[in-house]
Design a binder for this molecule. Structure first.
Ligand SMILES: NC(=O)c1ccc[n+]([C@@H]2O[C@H](COP(=O)([O-])OP(=O)(O)OC[C@H]3O[C@@H](n4cnc5c(N)ncnc54)[C@H](OP(=O)(O)O)[C@@H]3O)[C@@H](O)[C@H]2O)c1
Length: 265
């Protein structure tokens, strides 16, 4: 039995827990007996969810802001909370061409999806490894498997998350620590509205847009079994695997078309 399985009521920190997939991961983790800590910028949302699921704590933080991650880590230390499972879920995207999206929205994705995820992992992983049990669940995306014209920075950040997570998975498995990259396809949440992707082919077909609760279950199951990469849903697995079979030029063109805004009528 892996030491991960010996964890009873692990302390699980979920970033981006105020909506969508993060809120569902928090609910599912609480159902599985985890002591959950919620973080996001919207205090009212995480406090309401904390009351609903009986969470250990709700700690507001802007993880993209300078000092945001350090402030959260300091608050955990002040409360003497040791995190067993880190769920790096907070993230956002932005539709549009690199030449037209305001600079701050582009670097902001790197700040949250890449820098904050890395900084939080670097801060909390040593404790998890020293205790010899626990894990990290990182939200990548099927966007991680190819370049994405019209959402270029977002796709690139998710390629980083996938690569980083797979490497980490190998580094810490001998220590009994699990690491999983969760790679959902289009999923019902606030993401598409925030990213202005709601009218694109990727999100228009309701039958292809996944239930965030199912994505959350797949992620936590994958982490429990220490699967390096989890792609929930057959169509998404087909799409992710398909990128290995077609030339890169074709897969990036298909991805670009899926992320294009339809012409205004
Ligand atoms: N939905 C999809 O189709 C899809 C597909 C593949 C991967 N993903 C990934 O799944 C993850 C969760 O996204 P979602 O779909 O659940 O989207 P969502 O509903 O928009 O949730 C995003 C979460 O991130 C938090 N967040 C945003 N900016 C933040 C900041 N500066 N500091 C701290 N927290 C911040 C938001 O909370 P506040 O606004 O309260 O801070 C919210 O809780 C993301 O990493 C996303 O890239 C989503």
């Amino acid at each position: 039995m892996s030491s991960f399985a010996t964890l009873t009521n692990p302390v699980t920190l979920v970033t981006g827990a105020s909506s969508g997939i993060g809120a569902e991961i928090a609910r599912e983790a609480a159902r599985r007996g985890h002591r959950v800590i919620l973080t996001a910028r919207r205090t009212d949302r995480i406090e309401a969810l904390a009351a609903e699921i009986g969470a250990l704590a709700a700690i507001p933080a802007d993880l993209a802001a300078p000092g945001g991650v350090a402030g959260l880590v300091a608050e955990l230390a002040r409360r003497a909370i040791e995190v067993d499972i880190l769920v790096n879920n907070a993230g956002f995207g932005q539709q549009g061409s690199v030449a037209t999206i305001p600079s701050g929205l582009q670097t902001g994705q790197i700040d949250l999806n890449v820098r904050a995820l890395t900084e939080l992992t670097v801060a909390l992983l040593p404790g998890i490894v020293a205790r010899g049990a626990g894990g990290v669940l990182n939200l990548a995306s099927i966007a991680a498997f190819q370049a994405g014209p019209n959402v270029a920075v977002y796709f690139a950040t998710k390629a980083y998350v996938l690569s980083f997570s797979e490497a980490l998975h190998e580094e810490v498995k001998a220590a009994g620590v699990h690491v999983t990259a969760l790679c959902p396809g289009p999923t019902r949440s606030e993401f598409a509205d925030v990213a202005h992707l709601d009218t694109t082919a990727a999100f228009r077909s309701a039958s292809l847009v996944a239930d965030p609760a199912a994505v959350a279950r797949a992620g936590l199951d994958g982490l429990e079994h220490n699967r390096a990469v989890v792609v929930p849903g057959l169509a998404n697995r087909f799409a992710a695997f398909g990128t290995r079979l077609v030339p890169r030029a074709l897969s990036r063109r298909i991805a670009g078309n899926m992320q294009k805004q339809p012409p205004r009528s």
